[in-house]
Design a protein around this ligand. Sequence first.
Ligand SMILES: *[C@@H]1O[C@H](CO)[C@@H](O)[C@H](O)[C@H]1NC(C)=O
Ligand SMILES: *[C@@H]1O[C@H](CO)[C@@H](O)[C@H](O)[C@H]1NC(C)=O
Ligand SMILES: *[C@@H]1O[C@H](CO)[C@@H](O)[C@H](O)[C@H]1NC(C)=O
Ligand SMILES: *[C@@H]1O[C@H](CO)[C@@H](O)[C@H](O)[C@H]1NC(C)=O
Ligand SMILES: *[C@@H]1O[C@H](CO)[C@@H](O)[C@H](O)[C@H]1NC(C)=O
Ligand SMILES: *[C@@H]1O[C@H](CO)[C@@H](O)[C@H](O)[C@H]1NC(C)=O
Ligand SMILES: CC(=O)N[C@H]1CO[C@H](CO)[C@@H](O)[C@@H]1O
Length: 549
Amino acid sequence: MITVGVALSLPWLATAVTRTLTPPMGWNSYNYYNCYPNETIIKSNAWGLVELGLSTVGYNIVTPDCGWPSKNRTADGQITWNPELFPSGFPALGEYIHGLGLKFGLYSGAGVWECTPDNGEWYLQASLGHEVEDAHTFATWGGDALKYDNCWANKIDTTIRFVDYNPSERDPSVRFAAMSDALSSVNRSIIFSICQWGVGQDLGVWAPKYGNTWRISNDIQDNWKSIWRIVNQAVPYVKHTGVGKYIDMDILTVGLGALSYEEERFHFGMWAISKSPLVIGAPANSSLTPAGSLAILLNKDVVALNQDRLGEQAQLIRRYTEEGYDIFAGNISGSRKVIGVANWSNSSKSVDIDLQLVGVQKSGNIQDVWAAKSIGPYEGALKVDLEGHEAKLLILPVSAQLTYNVEPSYYSAVTGILQGDVKSVNCGDGCLPTGSKVTNMTIGSSVTFGNVSGGVLGGTKLIGIDYINYDVALASAWTNGTNTRNFTLSVNGREPRRWSFPISGGDWYETGRLDVLADGFYVGPVNELRVEAPGLDPGADLVGFAVYT
Ligand SMILES: *[C@@H]1O[C@H](CO)[C@@H](O)[C@H](O)[C@H]1NC(C)=O
Ligand SMILES: *[C@@H]1O[C@H](CO)[C@@H](O)[C@H](O)[C@H]1NC(C)=O
Ligand SMILES: *[C@@H]1O[C@H](CO)[C@@H](O)[C@H](O)[C@H]1NC(C)=O
Ligand SMILES: *[C@@H]1O[C@H](CO)[C@@H](O)[C@H](O)[C@H]1NC(C)=O
Ligand SMILES: *[C@@H]1O[C@H](CO)[C@@H](O)[C@H](O)[C@H]1NC(C)=O
Ligand SMILES: *[C@@H]1O[C@H](CO)[C@@H](O)[C@H](O)[C@H]1NC(C)=O
Ligand SMILES: CC(=O)N[C@H]1CO[C@H](CO)[C@@H](O)[C@@H]1O
């Protein structure tokens, strides 16, 4: 991890807060110890990072999460630790961590109290309204990083709530900017991690200006469906991330016991290529965390993908909803691309990937990263065998890049024939390219387009579907939130095929695009395309679609 101070003069920086050029890495107490860290726990895990070789791979920020402070500030108003849990105090803890060659991460929040359980009595200090003095305190304790949470965001009144997704108190960007400014003005480099859970407007626009990383989702849980929920929520941020500004997909669950090793590799690999911080949540202790999980965390080739200097978040290139797999791709240094082939389904399958889909005409020896072997050079199509819940990571040295210069034919959603409850509405700049969309695609609704072009060849076409799905799973994330909406597409009366659309962006009116392949086109402008609610939840809103002929 390379840390830079204030010198970077990139236009998107609003404050001079410290940046890491590549995603931060470390260990955090929350996923295993919840809000019950203490001195013994933090020291033994810091020691474990070194002992197990994890620090050598790059995991170097040690953070006691919620639960560390005293209920009350000191007489002169300073935030302070709970002396029963941390008898030696935080400055001494910082010295211990620094003595191991590691960095000391702190935790607070842009609210009145910390995110500690809402049991009516356990209210611990956070930093809203105390940003300047707390930033100073954290610096004098030797803090190197700050994770800044979002609980109890309203001022103390009758409406204050533990988790308030829409606090009336102050715009989150203002609350987080206040701490970013305060950290920029102290005489110490402190990496700022925004933890605002991905709610509200335009997170991807304001967060990179103030923080090094920003959480995009509700908490991860130790289960498989959390991986699907969070990966879907990560998709639209591609346009907002880059060197020094990364999405935070939350602390890893690798080693916590719920996922199989195959699923742990999937989870770790997707976090790595999405350029999320890699923060271990399992104990850095080989009696508590299985050797198989530690080996996953220690995989240097996967960590290298995360720490690649281009800082490019891999993007969703194609989704095959009915078959249950996705193709992700991103550029990495050295004229290479990383491809993630993610099998969401729990059965093994063999898929053919047309490398032209990821802009590759020709590649040198392809590396299968988890298998640590070369699978030879390829041109054209690549056959990939996947186990259930496997995400294969492939590195391609690109020897010939493909450029599309096909002008698509574009169809605005509101020009279709609407049937059922579906309605057309204007939605302005946020749903360009058309400024309008069709919404309320409940069961029995459909939109039909006639005279769609099939070009001179017909057959299979690439269709870029512009949609809106701001169905962020927050409260529902704990039960069955998926962060997707569906609809089906059928060509010339053929069997409809279902597509699941990830979250589209930072607010209701930010368009997303999903590229899909559809078969059954005739030659010329004679095709009928029909979009229908799949009969599950309401479908995504349709803005329009491009057909590449
Ligand atoms: C690792 O965990 C075991 C089992 O809980 C414990 O006995 C041991 O003290 C821990 N090691 C360290 C270094 O804390
Ligand atoms: C500590 O703060 C609580 C409110 O959080 C208050 O009720 C209590 O009186 C304070 N205790 C001291 C010693 O100031
Ligand atoms: C920290 O928690 C562990 C596990 O609950 C306990 O064994 C230890 O005594 C505690 N240490 C302190 C300083 O509270
Ligand atoms: C800033 O910190 C450095 C060492 O960390 C110290 O030498 C310097 O005097 C400090 N500057 C101010 C203005 O406090
Ligand atoms: C890689 O870089 C090229 C050229 O800048 C760009 O067109 C492409 O979208 C990038 N991403 C992927 C996944 O190829
Ligand atoms: C996936 O399949 C394996 C092997 O059949 C099974 O043990 C596991 O429970 C399945 N996982 C899920 C989430 O269904
Ligand atoms: C076809 C298939 O198995 N689809 C599954 C893909 O993965 C998601 C998330 O795990 C499931 O919800 C689908 O059923």
